[in-house]
Design a protein around this ligand. Structure first.
Ligand SMILES: [Fe+2]
Length: 150
């Protein structure tokens, strides 16, 4: 796979967030987002949904994607009972796809920073998406991520 377009700064991560997002393209009306995400070793992100379709292409390293399913019917505000259903390791050239309500978490179990390309059908800063805590069985609005322009 040709990766000549990947710049070294795409690997920069915020140590607090644990990952780094570089926006390659966003439509003015927020209907398309293309970004690269780098994940620090041993770090990850809590289960969340996207409220739009998404495509992830592995570029460097191995990223473990965990897909979660929901037991409850979503009728109790702030409550969500989710469980890990299966894991997929995204390696360079692998493609993972998400539907709007799919819930996933990501972690980097390796010893170097990973990188992947993400394409979404809407800017994630402009979707009402959710983040889940499987232990506390809670759901809340997804925190705003730090993003930088390419
Ligand atoms: Fe995600």
């Amino acid at each position: 796979m040709t990766k000549g377009w990947v710049k070294p700064e795409y690997y920069e991560c915020g140590t607090e967030q644990g990952f780094g997002i570089t926006v390659l393209h966003e439509e003015a009306d927020h209907t398309l987002l293309v970004e690269v995400i780098a994940w620090l070793p041993g770090r990850g992100v809590r289960p969340h949904d996207h409220q739009t379709w998404g495509i992830v292409v592995g570029l460097d390293g191995r990223e473990t994607n965990v897909n979660w399913l929901r037991r409850d019917d979503g009728s109790k505000p702030g409550y969500a009972d989710i469980y890990a259903n299966h894991e997929v390791v995204v390696e360079p050239g692998d493609i993972a796809v998400f539907m709007p309500d799919d819930i996933h978490s990501v972690r980097n179990d390796g010893e170097s920073t990973t990188l992947s390309l993400h394409i979404y059908g809407r800017s994630l800063a402009h979707t009402a998406r959710s983040e889940f805590d499987p232990e506390a069985k809670t759901v809340k609005p997804c925190p705003r991520r730090e993003r930088k322009a390419a």
